[in-house]
Design a protein around this ligand. Structure first.
Ligand code: PRP
Ligand code: URA
Length: 211
């Protein structure tokens, strides 16, 4: 598994505002979108392309376009939805599938409550969006789901990750083709399974409390 942790002052600056408990939802949403676009630049480094011939006003030349089958972007609901617009701005021809997952806050185990994905993902490059990689339960289940449908390679973009979650995903994926792109690798998890220093509950900060 390849792990890329962003190291750029613009990303660190935006992350600092995102973490700040005083940042309101409207700004949090805007920053989430901007951060994804910056992280997507790295995450799409190996997106499959094919050659095409075009004419400029001056001459004929060879360029590239995003290849077939089109990449699939999969936000994990709820919080991953806040990353979708930023991603499809950079990858406008991608298809979008949805996975609804929530973590039981007592057991920290994820459960899947919704799924809208193509039945056959053979040969597809998939991009999972989830702002938080904490214990790794949710992302691990999502990765398994996509490979079980035949995905060829999976890249996950997470705004924050904990070392515990990264280690769990590494164990789980073995030699499968997985790339993890993180905005920051934080210190660890607290006793409630929250990322430290983190940003709190990403879904709540984007959309308000669920219950
Ligand atoms: C959050 C987050 C991840 C998960 C991470 O979702 O968006 O999906 O927790 O935790 P884990 O790595 O320990 O599995 P949550 O379950 O709070 O649902 P929400 O997006 O609907 O708020
Ligand atoms: N889910 C979140 O939204 N935040 C955390 O810190 C951990 C899991």
């Amino acid at each position: 598994m390849r792990v890329h942790v962003a190291d750029h002052p613009l990303i660190t600056h935006k992350l600092t505002v995102l973490r700040d408990e005083r940042t309101p939802s409207s700004v949090f949403r805007q920053l989430t979108e901007e951060l994804v676009t910056l992280l997507a630049y790295e995450a799409t480094r190996n997106v499959r392309v094919e050659s095409i011939e075009i004419r400029t006003p001056v001459t004929a030349t060879t360029g590239v376009r995003i290849g077939e089958p089109r990449p699939l972007v999969v936000p994990i609901l709820r919080a991953g939805l806040g990353m979708l617009d930023g991603m499809v701005k950079l990858l406008p021809t991608a298809e979008v599938g949805f996975l609804g997952m929530a973590r039981d806050e007592q057991t920290l185990q994820p459960y899947t409550y919704a799924e809208r994905l193509p039945a056959d993902l053979s040969d597809r490059q998939c991009f999972i969006l989830d702002p938080m990689l904490a214990t790794g339960g949710s992302l691990g289940a999502a990765i398994d789901f996509l490979f079980a449908r035949g995905a060829q390679d999976v890249t996950a973009i997470c705004i924050l990750g904990a070392p515990e979650g990264v280690a769990k995903i590494k164990d789980l994926v073995g030699d499968r083709d997985v790339t993890l792109v993180l905005g920051s690798l934080d210190e660890g998890l607290n006793e409630k399974g929250y990322i430290v220093p983190g940003l709190g509950d990403a879904g709540d900060r984007l959309y308000g409390t669920a219950d």
